[in-house]
Design a protein around this ligand. Sequence first.
Ligand code: HEC
Length: 127
Amino acid sequence: MRFRPSLGVMLWLVILMSAASAGPVDLAAAEAQFRKSCGTCHVAETGAGPRQGPNLFGVVGRKAGSVDGFKYSPALVAGGSGIVWDEGILDRWLADPQSVIPGAVMLYKQADPDKRKLVIEYLKTRR
Ligand code: HEC
């Protein structure tokens, strides 16, 4: 006899498959993506000093340009006032910093939304 899956069975398979792909973020992958994309210029550790860019520990929910002792560009100091980094604005910043704060000096752009999301998920754990 041929196996003929019922509509119910197929529906379950679809639900199981989508649950697997929309599962919790793989934090190891998220950290690896952060190190690869941002690690040359940023750390995200309590109390650590800056690299080329400021320490990103606690950046989600923090006012732009507010790390004490980091010498931001004049553009970021001026344009950043009023910006509080949340997921939405971080996503736009990583896609194109100039579109958020023209004249900022972060030489980085990430066109892949999945990679941006991974990095942001990692930063959300660093606070
Ligand atoms: C080539 C070096 C470089 C890379 C790579 C880089 N950044 Fe930056 N980033 C900077 C610099 C420099 C600044 C300060 C910009 C300014 O003052 O205009 C900055 C600023 C920032 C800020 C603003 C911080 C604040 O205190 O307001 C965030 C957020 C940020 N970077 C996130 C990231 C993330 C996340 C990545 C990786 C996906 C990344 N950056 C990759 C150099 C870099």
